[in-house]
Design a protein around this ligand. Structure first.
Ligand code: TXA
Ligand code: MG
Length: 344
């Protein structure tokens, strides 16, 4: 298949036509790049799963361009959902609702709920408005790999497999949207993201973290967000997180690096601006500055992919504070490490 490349500076008429005809278009969003299809076209949505190699029971998020597009998709909007929509939409937050009959089962993975997001990024917004369609969109990567936060990574994974890629800037948040279940009495975070626990708590008073978060799933444990049970965000390199105070963690990692190198491994370190010069390894990459966690979120997936470009066998990573967007950062990092964590 020939993939058409369009700049986000162009008008998006051609991309909108492709969507109307049942094609697939990758677009930048404020979180990560998304792979879009008409959410109401079953055949088109099936092709998303095919292009990504994604398990078919992992449901997709439906993206809308204004609040009027929500009504036909859902059975009701709870007071909790209303408050969150008023405060955080458009933006990096996905809400779970009871689905209407209009939403195809291929979108919901057979569940009776549907995930909906109103993104703030002007490009995907324009794409929704120009096509007039609600768009089902997972991250625009091969299933299992770190999500793409720039055009090059989308191209690497999906060129030749989809109809069109819209080229835009590097993603602002770099981690996928916060997924919040609004069906029960208490809002529950199923996936942490850029709209943080603290921000939700301030608006709602009470918020829960899904019990399936923060650990490797036990056998038989069924998470509420089906996506949580799959290996995610894994680079080819083995990732190991080292937790503790920097003055202990840094020499500890340097010792581990030497040991692995003596066994013939090429070893990387995922560091910060503050610490990068203190490591000795085959490749040291700073993911951002500790003084601004958003820089770390924004670069995380790209840095994980860069280690693979450099054919690194093992990566030792610093751990990050789990406040604010730090919860999302550590959630993605822990998954990419398969929960392999050393405490110093
Ligand atoms: O930021 C984002 O959300 C990006 C951009 C493209 O918008 N999209 C994204 O989609 O991350 P995806 O497919 O990679 O992740 C969707 C997550 C999965 O964990 C999935 O299991 C969960 O949302 N999800 C979708 N529908 C659900 C539902 N009805 N109930 C519970 N979880 C659901
Ligand atoms: Mg994804």
């Amino acid at each position: 298949m020939k993939t058409v490349i369009i700049s986000d500076k162009e008008n998006l008429q051609q991309a909108a036509e492709i969507l109307k005809e049942g094609g697939l278009v990758a677009s930048p969003t404020e979180t990560v790049y998304g792979l879009c299809a008409n959410a109401l076209d079953e055949a088109a949505v099936k092709n998303i799963y095919k292009a990504k190699g994604r398990p078919s029971d992992n449901p997709l998020i439906v993206h809308i361009g204004d609040l009027d597009m929500l009504k036909p998709l859902v059975q009701e909007v709870s007071p909790i959902a209303k408050k969150l929509m008023d405060t955080f939409w458009p933006g990096p937050m996905t809400l779970i609702f009871k689905a209407s009959d209009l939403v195809p089962k291929v979108v919901t993975g057979g569940l009776d709920t549907v995930a909906v997001r109103f993104p703030s990024h002007p490009t995907i917004n324009k794409l929704i408005k120009t096509s007039g369609l609600p768009l089902a969109a997972p991250s625009a990567n091969t299933s299992g790999k770190p999500s793409p936060t720039n055009f090059t990574r989308v191209y690497e994974d999906l060129n030749g497999k989809i109809d069109c890629i819209i080229e835009g800037d590097h993603s602002e948040y770099g981690v996928e949207s916060t997924v919040v279940d609004t069906v029960g009495d208490i809002a529950t975070i199923l996936r942490p993201g850029g709209i943080t626990f603290e921000m939700l708590e301030e608006v709602l008073g009470k918020v829960m973290m899904d019990p399936a978060l923060g650990h490797k799933l036990k056998e038989g444990e069924v998470p509420r967000a089906p996506g949580m049970k799959y290996t995610h965000y894994s680079p080819n390199a083995e990732v190991i997180i080292v937790k503790g105070e920097n003055d202990q963690v840094i020499p500890f990692i340097n010792t581990l690096v030497k040991k692995q190198q003596s066994k013939g491994k090429t070893v990387g370190v995922l560091a910060t601006d503050e610490t990068a010069s203190l490591f000795m390894a085959d490749k040291v990459i700073s993911v951002g500055t500790e003084s601004n966690p958003l820089t770390i979120a924004s670069n995380l997936f790209e840095v994980l992919r860069s280690f693979d470009d450099a054919h690194i066998d093992m990566v030792y990573s610093l751990a990050f504070k789990e406040t604010g967007i730090g919860k999302a950062i550590m959630n993605r990092l822990e998954k990419s490490a398969g929960y392999h964590i050393i405490e110093v």
